[in-house]
Ligand binder design. Structure first.
Ligand code: C5P
Length: 406
């Protein structure tokens, strides 16, 4: 019953599945949600605004302006706890993907600060078209949530994928979403992410290809589930979502990351070390740019502090430490050794031998190795989904009996 009192913007677009919006509205209202229905002009051809206004007990908004008033899409976008686009047509999804704003639904979408869920509904071939799939991927990369389409008979008579999910399933998913939003309430997480840069001279450094995507996905996932997240991130070009639960600490070197992590660690319940920290740094940083000389040059390196090992030593019984191991060979043995050495509760192994895994990809393929020698293998997934799997595992350990969604 997590929908009670929640403010939902239900955007209905022009598909035959729009008739299901009536059931959807009815179910949401029955669960105690406050529903504001928006409709595109085409949606009104499939279902009457009067039906949805009656069921939602609120006037339906279908135009940015009418003769009497201008609909304030910005305040609607801020009012909502969640925006649900159902059915979402290929046309509306394409507009969302590129930021076209030509009706009330697209205007509210662009103004919305809340989570956006969309339930596509279209014919088989439209669904399969690379344009549609590309747009959906783009929306998911923005953090929007796709509600999977069903398989079955379509309005065209064709049989295949493209049916809008059933209203009961959509409502259950939203209910879970709000329940999840409180799962980590009262918990604090520390996440390290991205590469570190170790200066050689004022213009050069030792770095690595880490993008920070995995750590940002973890921080976002935890924040969405109600955790207070301290994200300590090295130089990363990826934009970090402006989330009220995420506090960002930007650092450059391993030493700076270590100092910040050590300072923040005592207040945290879970620490995830997703950063690709340089293991060595130049012993001396040259004050001036090093000039080219005719012969070879040698850089003398020294070890950087091991953040994970340091936090492992500080760990108290109520704290969980999670590490990553990116390996190119002897993956499992290396990961297991790190698990013990750094006092992790579990380690997330990704191998560079798996296509699509590791640095800079949007996807990752992981294995979770636990202290008790158990192991879980996962498929290749988007980093957002991988983060959810890792967070589920953490929830299972922090809240045994009720937090594990596996
Ligand atoms: O030993 P290796 O660098 O492969 O271990 C990887 C794990 O240790 C990751 O979780 C990484 O974030 C962490 N680590 C760290 N500080 C270092 C090196 C690695 O926190 N200096």
């Amino acid at each position: 019953m997590s929908l009670r009192g929640k403010k939902i913007v239900l955007a209905v677009t022009g598909s035959i599945a729009a008739y299901k919006a009536a059931f959807l509205t009815r179910l949401l209202v029955k669960q105690g949600a406050e529903v504001q229905v928006l409709m595109t002009a085409d949606a009104e051809k499939f279902i009457s605004p009067l039906t949805l206004a009656t069921l939602s007990k609120k006037k339906v908004i279908s135009a940015l302006t009418d003769a009497e008033q201008w609909s304030d899409h910005v305040s609607l976008g801020l009012w909502a706890d969640l925006m649900l686009v159902a059915p979402a047509t290929a046309n509306t999804l394409a507009k969302f993907a590129v930021g076209i704003c030509d009706n009330i639904v697209t205007a509210v979408y662009l103004s919305a600060k809340c989570p956006v869920f969309f339930a596509p509904a279209m014919d088989l071939d439209m669904w399969k078209h690379p344009s549609t799939q590309h747009n959906i991927k783009r929306l998911v990369s923005f953090g929007n949530r796709m509600i999977p389409v069903g398989h079955g008979e379509l309005a065209s008579g064709l049989v295949g994928d493209g049916r809008m999910a059933e209203p009961e399933d959509i409502v259950r998913l939203l209910d879970n979403h709000f329940a999840e939003g409180n799962q980590f309430k009262g918990k604090t997480a520390l996440v390290t992410a991205g590469p570190t840069y170790e200066p050689i001279d004022p213009v050069r450094f030792i770095g690595n290809y880490s993008s920070g995507k995995m750590g940002i996905a973890l921080a976002t996932g935890l924040a969405n589930r109600g955790a207070k997240v301290n994200l300590v991130i090295g130089p990363s070009r990826i934009s970090i979502p402006d989330h009220p639960n995420i506090k960002v600490f930007k650092v450059t070197t391993a030493q700076q990351m270590y100092d910040k992590a050590v300072q923040l660690y005592p207040e945290c319940d879970v620490a995830i070390m997703a950063a690709a920290v340089a293991d060595y740094r130049p012993k001396q940083e040259a004050a001036e740019k090093i000039k080219k000389s005719a012969s070879d040059m040698t850089l003398e390196l020294e070890k950087t502090p091991d953040i994970a090992a340091g936090l492992g030593k500080m760990k108290q019984s109520h704290q969980l430490n999670i590490g990553f191991a990116l390996e190119t060979n002897d993956e499992e043995a290396n990961a297991k050794a790190k698990l013990v050495k750094k006092n992790f509760d579990f380690i997330v192994l990704n191998s560079l031998q798996d296509p699509g895994a590791g640095f800079n990809h949007d996807t990752n393929k992981i294995t979770i190795l636990k202290k008790d020698n158990t192991q879980k293998n996962f498929e290749l997934k988007s980093k957002t989904e991988v983060a959810a799997d890792i967070i589920d595992e953490i929830a299972g350990m922090l809240f045994p009996g009720n937090g594990n969604h596996n």
